[in-house]
Design a protein around this ligand. Structure first.
Ligand SMILES: [Zn+2]
Length: 281
């Protein structure tokens, strides 16, 4: 019995380069196309994994509204976790019952040169660090999976900048590169046929080497020192209304905890609360 957890974002999918690809407005057609691209990439992983020993797969829709994928358009043999809010967001629903995690369509952290649509969880977040090391979404999610549940990240896909970022954390991780960023909103996309073949080949290789998955487990000893730096002081002011945070400077808040899950939840809270400042913009 091999149970897989897939977290599917959108910005890292092949061909996706514009903010218009990533939200239902202002260009519904562009968004629908981008989701159909993600569906193809998810299907390449799911079908191959089920053919090569996976017995159960849960897909967590991890992008924006988290209602991008739909039950009738993903493989009918998988369970789809849709919608938000949900605790630990892009890693919601993960537990120790899973054998491995796969991230599809991921992107580099905020501030990455040639990182396509790069950001870290929220447009108002500039940097997230834990114990002095800066991480993107892939890193935070992979650390959470390893440290809380002993679930290794076994395969990840996205643009070249994301692949380089995740390899800093997990050098031997199998990856699928979908495109090479020129700027924040442009990329040289790899031929789709090659990308889909690479998904199938890497998924097959990974499934055939399950005995080695534990080599991808990450270590980071607690206690954990989370620092969240926003792009402006207003965002930090809003997040500073949350009890238990320490204001380090105009844009940075700090939070310490013994469990990684606690800092993940505080991180999520710190940007979720920004929804209440939109009236100021
Ligand atoms: Zn996203």
């Amino acid at each position: 019995m091999t149970k897989l957890y897939i977290s599917a974002d959108l910005e890292g999918a092949c061909g996706v380069v514009s903010p218009h690809h990533c939200a239902t407005t202002p260009d519904r057609e562009a968004y629908d196309w981008a989701v159909s691209q993600l569906e193809m990439e998810v299907a390449a992983v799911v079908e191959t994994a089920l053919d090569h020993g996976a017995s159960e797969i849960v897909i967590n829709d991890s992008h924006c509204t988290m209602t991008n994928l739909t039950v009738e358009r993903v493989d009918p043999r998988v369970s789809l976790l849709s919608g938000k809010p949900k605790r630990c967001a892009m890693s919601a629903g993960l537990d120790a019952g899973f054998d491995g995690a796969i991230y599809i369509g991921y992107h580099a952290k905020a501030g990455t040169h040639q990182g396509v649509l790069s950001h870290t969880f929220h447009s108002k977040l500039f940097d997230v660090s834990v114990n002095g090391v800066s991480y993107g979404e892939g890193g935070i999610n992979a650390l959470y999976a390893s440290l809380e549940f002993g679930v290794p990240l076994i395969l990840a896909s996205g643009d070249r900048a994301f692949i380089e970022e995740i390899h800093q954390l997990s050098p031997d991780l199998p990856t699928v590169e979908t495109k090479v960023g020129l700027t924040q909103t442009s990329a040289l996309n790899h031929p789709l046929e090659n990308v889909l073949e690479d998904y199938a080949a890497k998924t097959r290789q990974v499934l055939e080497r399950q005995a080695q998955w534990s080599e991808h487990l990450l270590n980071l000893n607690g206690p954990y020192d989370l620092k969240v730096t926003f792009i402006d002081t207003l965002a930090a002011d809003a997040a500073n209304t949350i009890p238990g945070l320490t204001r380090l400077d105009g844009r940075t808040l700090q939070f310490k905890a013994d469990r990684f899950q606690t800092i993940y939840q505080m991180l999520q809270t710190s940007y979720s609360i920004l929804a209440y400042t939109h009236y100021l913009e």
